[in-house]
Design a protein around this ligand. Sequence first.
Ligand SMILES: Nc1ncnc2c1ncn2[C@@H]1O[C@H](COP(=O)(O)OP(=O)(O)OP(=O)(O)O)[C@@H](O)[C@H]1O
Ligand SMILES: [Mg+2]
Length: 441
Amino acid sequence: MIYVLPTELSKAGLKKIRRKLEKQNSIFSQKKYLDGLYLPSHIIGRKKQAEELLLHIESLRQGFVVPVISVYGRSGSGKSTLVKFVCNNIDDLACFAFANLRKAKTVFGCANIILSEFGMPSLKSADGINKTVDVLAKCISERLESHGKKFMILVLDEYDAIFSDKRNNPSDFMYKLLTLEEELRQKDLWLCIITISNNALSEYTLDDRIKSRMGNSEVFFPPYTKDDISQILKDRAEKAFTKKIEDKIVQYCAEIGSAEHGDARRALDLLRVAGELCDGTKITIHDIDSANQKLQKDRLELVVTNASYHQKHLIGAICRNLLNDDSGWTATSAIYDRYKSIIQDDVNPLSYRRISDLLVELKNTGLVHSRTISRGRAGYGTEYRLLFSPHMVGPYVGKEWWDRVVSKKLRKDTANALLDRLKPRSRRQSSYNSIFKKYGI
Ligand SMILES: Nc1ncnc2c1ncn2[C@@H]1O[C@H](COP(=O)(O)OP(=O)(O)OP(=O)(O)O)[C@@H](O)[C@H]1O
Ligand SMILES: [Mg+2]
């Protein structure tokens, strides 16, 4: 069989695309300043958090080492940036290694990522976690020795990853790291671990003996305000664009970035994408709106397509409930019932408790909002609202499934409209099937 490409990409075609992109990018002088991974040479605000971090770190000089510093706060609140910035600027005192654990699926994977920061090849899981900790001890000693230092700071960014391993115990891993700290001390080498996470509650699942050994040195990053974000944006926009960006544009981006989570990354992305979408000479409010829509769609797709089986069905359950509910809110119990009804028959449903946890995780992704409502004597309950239309989210859960759900609803709505004319509402339930049959809906 001969395959024919639908369109041919000629040299001239490629040139045309490049010219178009060149024109699009002509508004940027240095786009890297709008990159979410860019490490700025100076930090706007966050003085309190820098002081708190330094207070813990500087006590190294007095021979006092905090075993673990927990840094936490919402996404885009500047945690990774500030910790890196501080660590980069204390090289007179300590060596530091920065491991981002996001890609790890298991505790063993986390250990390998840490080792790779020290230039070590990955170990096999058959080697066991003890071996990885032994190798890490050796790497730390060697690094300190070669730099003529006594203090090591090990940053574990996106530390929540160790809690996603359901088979291995994160407490054991932390226990081993804390034991490693103690062993190094006997050689007059001092290790301090900084954990960075979105969720302050994740650590509560650790065993009490570990929590007490970790101490409670915490640094909290509150979400940015609109003013904070507009300052960050102004600073970056000056370097990133060839022309001055109007103040109202910066303010508008800051407003969107601060509206839900006080997220500086989101605001920077917004400005960058608006720059890419604009006519190459000027960014307008309309460009920001289009950029916002594009980013939301991209984010939505990323969250839903990367979700686990149960999470995906949970999202599906919320969409399904909200399709029938004009209030826009659906309660945990209703979501749980729906979730159980839509998962495959041969799959065991997760417990109500676990589903409540997954809903909190979903909230952290920015897909849903929650509110607590009082149910009188029945106590308090939580309700959820999608931040996107169910028609936008549903197809990502499963295109065919969603089409079926929507067409079923359409049939029901049509039948309702007919019944409204024929029968009082109280006698309706039993009549759907006969109506479907009679009118061929
Ligand atoms: N105070 C600040 N000054 C300058 N730039 C900042 C500041 N805070 C955040 N940024 C910029 O915002 C973006 C996001 O920040 P960062 O990656 O540190 O957030 P985070 O809290 O680690 O988020 P996540 O939890 O999603 O990892 C980065 O591009 C960073 O350079
Ligand atoms: Mg980060």
